[in-house]
Design a protein around this ligand. Structure first.
Ligand SMILES: Cc1ncc(C[n+]2csc(CCOP(=O)(O)OP(=O)(O)O)c2C)c(N)n1
Length: 448
């Protein structure tokens, strides 16, 4: 029996040795690669957080402590450790396990998810609820670097940072959204990764000051002040600390010892703290750690190469036809610009992006911003085509009404994945678009 087969709940992890936990990580990767080759699914994100998931469920007293995973597409390892290993073959099928998080599926799924960037807000609500009712447990939100560029994540951080609540944010930084990540937050995180000097220096200074012999003990306040002023010099920024979080990192997210030790120390504290963990999306996939390629794979693929076994001979996908048409239109009309929210491949806009990079805008996971940005373009005579999945455009609804419709600005919304979407389940259904678009003043709705 493999170690994984002996895990019925996270409580079983807590008696394992470090070596057994490392073997468990290998078991989990093999199981995910094998099962996803039949079911398909979001394998890349899960492979990247195997050690992180083990460490969190070992150190935190789940299910009493609340782990709040953002998006939920990285939760397959969490499912493996929370009593759902034997049901994994039913992943993403009718009446089977959800490909995302679902409160009705398990008490370990503390918050339903499928859309990005809700975790910090939900976790803060849980922490506040705990405090209102005088309860004792820990709350940790786990969010990716792509989702951290989303406005909602920033709103959560801003609200949590100076709240003095006992809350932990784990930033899972793999430098990828679905596609390579974009934007200033991404650049900021990369610069922290490349410059861990400040953190090393800070702990050295701490040791020196704390252990200083009696005649020098008085220098401690002075040194701390100096440390404070050096902070901004030694790091490229102190965004999280300035937002009220104690920052820990960057930590190698595949080093179980480092993760277990850090989370043990961090769990014991009780003010807002952020742990910055560096992981590799798709880690351990036999054909290499190609983050974007292994973000999601279809059912029936070769587990060694990721290639689909039976290639469909059906008509080309809508998305492909749309992408080709868009690129042709871009040639004809120099006033057209295309906006995507972190999904150039999924929305079929990559050919346009390659042909007309100056008129293509990937705004990151920021649908609302993308809509208002398009409205701004339209005020200058540019014709924006906002290409966003039906379900994710829901995030931009007020922007559609307030920034586009009321100002009578000519913006085209090309909504992909409308209607029933199948395997991705309820969070990804494009069920509301006809209703929500038809009720907007001045909107013309057409469906092919
Ligand atoms: C509001 C919203 N927009 C777009 C998506 C599509 N989407 C799913 S995962 C993902 C990338 C998330 O990146 P990150 O948070 O870094 O997590 P990683 O995949 O790297 O683990 C995107 C854009 C989504 N789920 N929700």
């Amino acid at each position: 029996m493999s170690i994984l087969e002996g895990i019925n709940s996270p409580a079983d992890l807590r008696g394992l040795s470090r070596d057994e936990l490392r073997t468990l990580a290998q078991d989990m990767r093999s199981r995910l690669i094998d099962v996803c080759s039949r079911t398909g699914g979001h394998i890349g994100a899960g492979l990247g957080v195997v050690e992180l998931t083990i460490a969190l469920h070992t150190v935190f007293e789940t299910p009493k402590d609340q782990l709040v995973w953002d998006v939920g597409h990285q939760a397959y390892p969490h499912k493996l450790l929370t009593g759902r290993n034997s049901e994994m073959e039913s992943l993403r099928q009718e009446s089977g396990l959800s490909g995302f998080l679902k409160r009705t599926e398990s008490e370990y799924d503390t918050f339903g998810a499928g859309h990005a960037a809700t975790a910090i807000s939900a976790a803060l609500g849980m922490a506040a609820g705990r405090d209102v009712l005088g309860e004792q447990f820990k709350v940790a939100a786990i969010i990716g670097d792509g989702s951290m560029g989303s406005g909602l994540a920033y709103e959560g951080l801003n609200n949590a940072g100076h709240s003095d609540r006992d809350i932990i944010v784990v930033l899972n930084d793999n430098e990828m959204s679905i596609a390579p990540n974009v934007g200033a937050m991404h650049k900021y995180l990369t610069s922290i990764q490349r410059n861990p000097l400040y953190n090393r220096l800070r702990s050295r200074i701490g040791e020196l000051v704390d252990n200083a012999p009696a005649p020098f003990a008085g220098v401690s306040t002075l040194v701390r002040k100096w440390e404070e002023s050096m902070k901004s010099l030694l790091t490229p920024g102190v965004l999280f600390e300035e937002l009220g979080f104690r920052y820990f990192g960057p930590i190698d997210g595949h080093d179980l010892d480092a993760l277990l030790e850090t989370f043990t120390a961090v769990r014991a504290m009780n003010t807002p703290r952020l742990v910055h963990v560096i992981t590799k999306k798709g880690k351990g996939f036999p054909a290499g750690d190609h983050g974007e390629k292994w973000h999601a794979l279809p059912p029936g693929h070769d587990p060694a190469t990721g290639k689909q076994l039976a290639v469909s001979t059906a008509n080309p996908a809508y998305t492909t036809v749309y992408g080709k048409g868009l690129a042709e239109l871009g040639e004809e009309r120099k006033d057209i610009a295309v906006i995507t929210a972190a999904m150039p491949t999924g929305t079929g806009t990559s050919p346009f992006a390659t042909a007309f990079p100056d008129r293509f805008f990937d705004v990151g996971i920021a649908e609302g911003h993308g809509v208002t940005f398009a409205a701004g373009l339209a005020t200058r005579g540019v014709r924006p085509i906002v290409t966003i999945y039906s379900t994710f455009l829901q995030r931009g609804y007020d922007n559609i009404i307030h920034d586009v419709a009321l100002q009578k600005l000519p913006v085209v919304f090309a909504m992909d994945r409308a209607g029933l979407v199948g395997e991705d389940g309820a969070t990804h259904m494009g069920l509301y678009d006809i209703a929500y678009m038809l009720s907007v003043p001045g909107m013309t709705v057409a469906a092919p």
